[in-house]
Design a protein around this ligand. Structure first.
Ligand code: NAD
Length: 406
């Protein structure tokens, strides 16, 4: 055995690792050679948690790890996705995390630029797309290069769309920084922008090459943005996974306190569910429509409030309202609807639609929603926690009852 050999092996299942070294020395009494085992540290395994979105030749990994921002450069270098990289972020996220990503890439010798656009949904438009694509051309970006969407759902949707159309398509990866983006928008390949006639009306399906989720960035997220994401998190429990619903109930305090270990479990479960749904129905012909639970009504609430009510709040109100439809249709027990309402409100999300919003106008929005067919909106209705059905067979009077019942 040579002197000074370091070792690194699993000590206690998959969580704990033992590091140390072994060296040879001379026993002073006997003057014989002997081995000395020197344990240096015990440390938690910080290995990345990984999920695969199985879409054949467009499959991609989702990595979830505390502190991952620092390791992204090394992973990109190994994957060789781009010759060089352009990070696209809104001004706020660029200020908070842009440099960390630049340093991570430059530390492993990857060339990168950081370009920004003004934050906010109002900038998710074709003017921003025109500005960003011009900037890429000025930088000489070509098809061998790769874009990095750094930020919330707005950055992800914009960057994904730019990646899909610039030079007829260049690769991109996602680094989502809001809870909503980490559990929802960064996975599944929907990209696009708003036009004056409606939200997300221009866009396409274009999958990222990898998604990197660092839970620590949630610590700088304003509380209202956390709530936006939590509405989507609860959605997954109701539509797909009763165990997850009860996990959320049991871990509510830790989630609200942003315990990162619990948050990672939450993010992983949401991404797994989204990945399974997208694998089964990438282009939203069928199963993927279950992700719209609470959203059709939620969009009507958002629109009628002139977008003064945030997306997550509107989705929370929408979920409670469609549950009332399900109860009125006789397919959901009132007690179960009550359990869902209790979980939603225990996180501090609203459960009633403000009375001042015009119900008739909301019904008009329902009829013209981009997912409505022939003026008949469809609803995703729970029949139990973890199971939903999709139907457009709901009487007007029942919709009225759900909207007016506050
Ligand atoms: P966002 O991207 O505008 O982010 C919200 C705000 O949080 C912004 O001001 C941003 O600067 C700030 N922010 C982001 N990360 C931060 C951090 N870690 N710390 C501090 N501040 C931070 O909005 P969003 O809620 O993430 O996403 C909403 C968008 O996502 C909408 O445009 C919606 O249409 C889209 N969306 C897309 C999909 C999809 O499948 N593509 C799904 C759901 C929603």
């Amino acid at each position: 055995m040579p002197s000074g050999v370091s070792f690194f092996f699993a000590k206690n299942g998959k969580d704990e690792y033992l590091t140390g070294n072994i060296r040879t020395t001379k026993d002073t009494k006997s003057a014989k050679n002997c081995f000395v085992l020197q344990v240096i540290t015990f440390q938690r395994n910080e290995a990345m948690k990984q999920i695969e979105v199985g879409l054949g030749d467009r499959a991609y990994p989702i990595f979830v790890q505390e502190g991952l921002l620092a390791d992204i450069g090394a992973d990109l270098k190994e994957r060789k996705i781009g010759k060089r990289y352009v990070i696209i972020a809104d001004d706020r996220v660029a200020e908070l995390y842009g440099q960390a990503v630049v340093v991570s890439l430059e530390a492993v010798g990857l060339a990168c630029d950081l370009i920004t656009f003004p934050r906010g949904e109002e900038n998710k438009n074709l003017t921003t797309i025109a500005g960003l694509t011009s900037r890429l051309a000025q930088l000489g970006v070509d098809r061998k290069d790769c874009l990095i969407a750094l930020g919330g759902g707005v950055s992800g949707d914009i960057t994904g769309f730019v990646a899909a159309i610039y030079m007829r398509g260049i690769p991109f990866v996602q680094i989502p920084t809001t809870l909503l983006a980490q559990v929802d928008s960064s996975v599944g390949g929907k990209t696009g922008v708003d036009i004056p006639e409606g939200k997300n009306l221009v866009g396409c399906f274009y999958q990222p090459r990898a998604v990197y989720i660092d839970s620590t960035v949630l610590q700088s997220l304003p509380p209202e943005e956390l709530l936006n994401g939590l509405a989507e998190v609860i959605k997954y429990g109701v539509i797909y996974d009763a165990d997850f619903f009860y996990f959320l109930n049991a871990h509510r305090e830790k989630i609200q306190a942003l315990d990162l270990s619990v948050m990672e479990d939450v993010i992983l479960r949401c991404c797994s569910i989204k990945a399974e749904v997208v694998e089964a129905d990438e282009r939203e012909a069928d199963l993927r429509r279950i992700l719209n639970y609470g959203h059709t009504l939620g969009h009507a609430v958002e629109a009628e409030s002139h977008f003064t009510i945030a997306h997550g709040m509107a989705v929370a109100m929408g979920m409670v309202a469609v549950n009332k439809i399900a109860v009125a249709q006789g397919i959901l027990m009132a007690e179960t609807a009550g359990e869902i309402t209790d979980l939603i409100s225990s996180f501090g999300l609203p459960t009633t639609i403000p009375p001042e919003l015009n119900r008739q106008q909301m019904k008009e929005f329902l009829k013209t929603d981009k997912k409505t067919v022939a003026g008949k909106p469809f609803f995703v209705l729970p029949i139990a926690i973890g199971t939903v059905i999709i139907t457009d067979d709901v009487d007007d009077a029942i919709i009225d009852g759900a909207l007016n019942n506050f």
